[in-house]
Design a protein around this ligand. Structure first.
Ligand code: AQP
Length: 332
């Protein structure tokens, strides 16, 4: 059987370069040897208040970015989370196996709850149980995500093991899969924090930025006074972030990318980063536009995707219900 890959992106804003390098760019290469499920996780996005018209646009846009990144919809399954009811159903079941202490330890919850104190809702707290359901429904073997999602994936693994131990073998236990570079792209103005789509600022490159805007943000990126180009994220976070971006755009490791800059100044590194980012953006932006301009084709792809996803997810959900002792719905 083909190994199964699952990943999701929230329609909580315009995706950033971090989302592209840490997630979107990774997916097409799996198509050859794996079965790939890619989800637009709209139910996660509403854990932070969204304007309905923005959520609607961003949901279709994330699907278009998946396609623009090179995913072939005839091979892979692209779908919207809320089109597959099994996600929230399994999410509920898994939440009954999740300890409060586990959820309280989640750094993303701690961060977001500090920033969003006015809308500190229960969904933001229980989000990782729903994310575990997203993954486990598809018998997923590996989840390619950025570093920020590693802790949530660890919980998904623990829940799969806990359920299997309590009720018998049911779930595949998924593995975390980090990209070789770009697993944690940092904000260009504040390299202590990750580049984030829901809080865009002068240090965030958005996938819709023009080449000029992206190049300007890179030119103004925060560096340091060391005057040496080395890959040392602890002590030279800004420079290391630029190397990380360059490496991810050019399919190398940061250690390989740094070699071409021996004895050079920061300006040379910034120019190379800008060139590689602009090259990547120009390519995917043209494809993104063609999908957004053809909504009939986009919705056809998403409808077919949800049919395939529902078929797989329903099977897993019935397996879980049976193990829990639920009465499986009677067929006519
Ligand atoms: N800065 C980043 N570097 C590398 N990968 C990243 N990802 C997010 N930020 C970076 C990866 O992108 C995928 C989709 O992320 P998400 O939509 O679940 O959102 P998130 O992880 O919560 O990060 P964002 O984009 O900053 O969204 P908001 O601002 O809404 O929280 C995941 O694979 C993630 O690892």
């Amino acid at each position: 059987m083909d190994k199964i890959i699952f990943s999701g992106v929230q329609p909580s804003g315009t995706p950033s370069l971090g989302n592209y390098l840490g997630a979107f760019k990774q997916f097409p290469k799996f198509e050859e040897a794996h079965k790939v499920y890619l989800c637009v996780v709209d139910e996660h996005a509403i854990t932070v208040r969204q304007k309905p018209e923005d959520l609607h646009h961003n949901t279709l846009a994330i699907a278009a970015w998946y396609l623009a990144s090179g995913i072939n919809p005839n091979v892979s399954t692209i779908f919207i989370q809320s089109h597959v009811p099994a996600h929230t159903q399994l999410g509920w079941m898994l939440s009954t196996l999740t300890y409060m202490g586990e959820l309280e330890r989640m750094t993303q919850y701690k961060d977001k709850s500090q920033k969003k104190a006015e809308n500190l809702n229960a969904g933001l707290f229980t989000y990782p149980a729903l994310m575990a359901a997203d993954i486990l429904l598809y018998d997923t073997h590996a989840v390619p995500v950025g570093e920020d999602q590693k802790q949530h994936l660890e919980l998904a693994r623990n829940l799969a093991i806990r359920f299997n131990n309590a009720f018998g073998d049911t779930f595949v236990v998924p593995e975390f899969m980090a990209p070789p570079a770009g697993a944690r792209v940092r904000d260009l103005q504040n390299p202590e924090k990750k580049m984030s789509k829901s809080e865009p600022g002068p240090g965030t490159i958005l996938l819709t930025d023009t080449p000029q805007e992206a190049a300007k943000k890179i030119k103004r990126a925060q560096t340091d006074n060391e005057a040496r180009i080395v890959y040392d994220p602890e002590n030279q976070a800004g420079i290391s972030n630029l190397l990380e971006i360059l490496a991810a755009c050019t399919n190398r490791t940061p250690q390989q990318a740094v070699m071409e800059f021996e004895g050079q100044q920061y300006g040379a590194l910034k120019a190379a980063v800008a060139e590689s980012v602009v090259f990547a953006l120009e390519d995917i932006q043209a494809k993104y536009k063609s999908y957004m301009d053809d909504k009939a084709e986009l919705t056809r792809i998403l409808r077919e995707g949800s049919e395939k996803a529902n078929t797989h997810a329903e099977k897993t959900l019935n397996r879980v219900k049976d193990k829990l002792g639920f009465v499986i719905p009677f067929s006519a």
